[in-house]
Every structure is written in structure tokens, then in C-alpha cells.
Design a protein around this ligand. Sequence first.
Ligand code: ZN
Ligand code: ZN
Length: 394
Amino acid sequence: MAVARGRKPKKRKAEVPSGGDPNAPGPDEWADMEPYGSFTITDDDGREHVFKLGETAAVLPGGTKVGAQIPLEKYWIVRILGIRRRKFVQNRTKKLKTACSKAQSQTPEFWVNVHWYYSPKEVKEKIRGFTVPHCSKYERIYSDHSELISPLTFDALVPVMKFREDNPDQEPIFDEQFFTRYFLKTSSDPGELSTYTMGSSTRLQDSVGCLCGGPYDLNDKSPLHVMYMCPRPHCRRFYHLCCLLELGHWTPMTHPLIRLSCSPDTDDIPFETPCTLTAERPPQKTSDAMGSSSSCIVDELVTRLPKDLITLAAQSIVRGAALPNLGITGNCRDVVSARRIVYAAILKGTPAVNEWEERLDVDAAIVESDLPVLQHEDTGKAVVLMCPNCHGPI
Ligand SMILES: [Zn+2]
Ligand SMILES: [Zn+2]
């Protein structure tokens, strides 16, 4: 492990992302430097902070007053790509030696190659049409903009969650937690912005958004802008409530459990549909695994499963600032987990389910009472939203 003892990072002037550190090695010297897997900073209290390849960290923004306390969201965030040590520190120029602290000049000189995370404001300057207000203040945009910076600018390790909007099993992202959902390619001119998705690569920004082309606005508290998701593998998109209603993507509600027919793991109905679910619907294809179940047995079985489990499994998958209890990722993970438990119970033919309450955040994820009741204007009968892609109930 590499060790670079230095002063407490916050007493060191930080580099700026643009322009770079004039003391940093050039490309030829960097190529010849000795690679390391980690470096350690010792602060004024004698505590050691280890930073490793691949980790994400906070560095003090350029121009920040020495010793200043700044809010967490003001830090610059980097990902560590490479750590190398200069081979001939003793031969470097007098000018550079005087610029170093005593501690630094007595130790091997390490440099860190990083990728910068951009703030939404910085992305706005590079991408036409990108709007800052739809982002969270803890949101950062990962980029291919690399730079060599001194280890002494590092403050602390900071995890940055990856937010894939089409991931039905997306980990929750809590308040004051950095995350990234976009990638900015700065090596092309103009820059290109893409969205992280479940595939191995990113895809264009608007391909996971609503029919209106609008992105997921994390600060829009309008109940009509709550987004509803179809979890089926070939859909996995969220749509604004108002867009679904305006464009006619709704149908009469035939059964309160109708949404159980939308599975995150198959584009078909995952079990022989319960009698009452099919009463007013055309025949549907079923997956091979569940196709042999008797529909009436399934219907009866579902009614014997725990009420909260069924309520959770059959409710809409939603997200939006109007539902702050769900956090920015919404209730998707809990709802699809509940559906999988129900499907497994149907497959086994038994209503016995174990420890399901420990695996699901039932209190937070059941939001029926927070959602508008959808009724037909004339008849007053309940309606259910439909996925614009597969026409399944969502
Ligand atoms: Zn929309
Ligand atoms: Zn769908």
C-alpha cells in the first residue's frame, strides 16, 4: 500500500477541475510513474484515511477558504482511476520544492488520476436543453473528464449510488446520499449525455422518460406528475399520471388485484389468471411455469395470502416528489418483491409465506391513500391506468 503522509486535506488549497494543477505530471512522466493500489492521508488528529482504486471521494472545491466548513453537497466528487508515484522527486525543480509543504517534500510524491462527477449546473453549460431544476442537490453526473490531482486535496470517501431508472430492483437512495443517473461524454464535441440503464451500456437520455419526453423531476411535487411504472421486462418505463390520462391510457378496473398480472420477470401474465381477474378481459397468454395452475384455485389462494402482502403486490408502482416517504426511487423494489412472493406462493400452491414482512418496507411502500382515486368522469366507476407499450394494468 502506498503511503503519502501530508497535512490535513482541508488546509490544502484544492485544484480546480478546469485548467488543472501546474505541478501535476505530464502524460510522458505519468506513463513512466510507478502504479499503486491505494494511498493514505494522515490528518492533523493522526487519523489515517485510505483511498483505493475505483473508490469515490469528496475533494474540496477550488477557491474554498482554508479551514472553511462547507455543506456536504458543495464538495466536488471524483472517482479514482489511477494512483502513481513520481520516480525522481529529488531531481525536481527548486520552484516545485518550495511550493510543497515540508511533509510532502520529505515523502514520495503521489498523484491521482480521477474522473470528475459534474454538477447539474456544469452539465447545463455543456448540454443544450438540460435543466437543472429536475435534479437533486446530491445528484452528480459521471463523466469521462479525467485529470491528475494531488492526494492532499482529498477529504473523505463518499459513496455515489448508481440510479438506473429502469431497474425494478433499484436500491433505495436516501436523503443526503450522492447518486448518479446520467453519464456525460466530454471527449466528444459537443458533449453527449446518456442515462444509466439495466443494459451493459448507457442509452440516450429520453429513452427512459415519459411519453411527453420530460425527465423524472425530483422536485416536482404535483400529484398529477407522479410517475407510474410498468415493470415488464420489455417496458420498464415510468409515465406521468397526467400524460397517461390525457392520452387515454386507462381502462375500466375489472378487479382490485388486476395489477398482479404485470410481472417484472416476464412479459406474459405470470400465472393462470384468477377467474375474477379474467371475467371481463380477453384470454391472455400465460408463462409455461405457471400455465398449469387451475385459475379458480389461484383466485382462492390469493385471497388467503396476508392482506398487506396482497395490497402491496397489487398496488401501483409509483415515484415522485409528491410521495416523499418513498424517496426518489419510489416503491418499485418493494412492490415487485411482493409480487414475486405472491407468484412463488401460487406456483407452490400454498398460501404459507415466510418472513416476507422483514424483506419489505410495507408501511412506506403502501401509498394507495396518497394517490388520487381514478374514476370515470361519467359513470363514476374505477379505472386503472394502462402501460402505453404492452397495455398491461399499471
Ligand atoms: Zn409525461
Ligand atoms: Zn408495459
